[in-house]
Design a protein around this ligand. Structure first.
Ligand SMILES: [Zn+2]
Length: 300
């Protein structure tokens, strides 16, 4: 039995504010789950993040106030936190006084999403994400399934499905194919279940799609090995969905900005048949020669 944790990066809206939409699933046999979870927690503990959500995009961004606090990096974690918190209170008061409600709201949102991480320097925050990507990279038992859609190349009328639907259909098809060629050790058929972050719009859409796949199959395959509709969980509480978030972030930063550090660690887990990375696809111009496209093209 496999669990496939799924999360997305970028927006599926057209055009939206990102050029790509990425849906990624990281699948593992249930008997490896506990060890995998423990390994991630061990890294997070070193950074005092084990009780916090791992949200990659918020972790790795620049927090401007950290640069404004004198000798920030030399302070210990407790002092860094209190210095940032003091600075942020002052900044919110300043924006309120100024009557700039847009900037005030934006600052409040940023502060809320990054509050758990302010005791770490930018270098440490980048490092913790890299360390977790390295942990994932070494999970020989895990497989990555992903669809990275270049929205500038996507024709909804031709595809006859939305960006979001295509991405979900592709990830499900690839997970299904992996399960169908990977029997259990005793030869019995393997099964999988999809675990997804619970947000209202996706939950409804993906549940409906999954029901359809069960009766009609996807464009690519019948679905016989994935059971039920996706299980929706609170991503703030489910570490492996946060790991899927890291995977989709790493893929998007690669296809949009050619950032390779996180990508190569994550891509090492892409499902492969021979040398061909069948588990991940970059949906873009045929001429694309990126690592995903190149290794998706290799003949099996
Ligand atoms: Zn490509």
């Amino acid at each position: 039995m496999y669990l496939c944790y799924v999360d997305e990066s970028g927006t599926s809206d057209l055009p939206g504010n990102t050029s790509h939409f990425v849906l990624a699933g990281i699948a593992m046999p249930i008997w490896h789950w506990k060890d995998a979870d423990r390994e991630v927690e061990t890294v997070l503990k070193r950074y005092d993040l084990h009780e916090e959500e791992l949200h990659t995009a918020w972790l790795v961004r620049r927090y401007v106030e950290q640069g404004k606090i004198e000798n920030f990096e030399a302070l210990d974690r407790v002092s860094r936190r209190s210095a940032v918190e003091r600075y942020r209170v002052g900044e919110l008061l300043r924006l309120q006084k100024k009557g700039d409600s847009k900037a005030y709201k934006q600052a409040k949102k940023n502060y809320k999403h990054t509050a758990a991480y302010v005791h770490l320097t930018e270098a440490e925050r980048v490092k913790v994400v890299e360390e977790i990507a390295s942990v994932v990279s070494n999970w020989g038992f895990a497989r990555l399934f992903a669809e990275c859609i270049d929205k500038t190349h996507f024709d909804q009328a031709k595809a006859r499905r939305t960006v979001d639907e295509q991405a979900f259909e592709q990830v499900i098809s690839r997970f299904e194919k992996y399960l169908s060629r990977t029997p259990q050790l005793d030869g019995r058929q393997n099964f999988g279940i999809v675990v997804h972050d619970n947000n209202d719009t996706t939950a409804r859409k993906h549940t409906t799609l999954m029901r359809r796949f069960h009766t009609e199959g996807t464009l690519w395959t019948d679905v016989d090995h994935i059971i039920e509709t996706p299980m929706f969980v609170d991503s703030r509480l489910t570490r492996m969905v946060q790991v899927a978030d890291l995977c989709s972030y790493a893929l998007r930063r690669f296809v949009e900005n050619s950032e390779t550090t996180l990508f190569r660690k994550i891509f090492a887990r892409a499902d492969r048949v021979g040398a061909r990375a069948v588990g991940a696809r970059h949906f873009t111009a045929l001429s694309c020669a990126c690592e995903i496209c190149e290794s998706h093209r290799i003949k099996v």
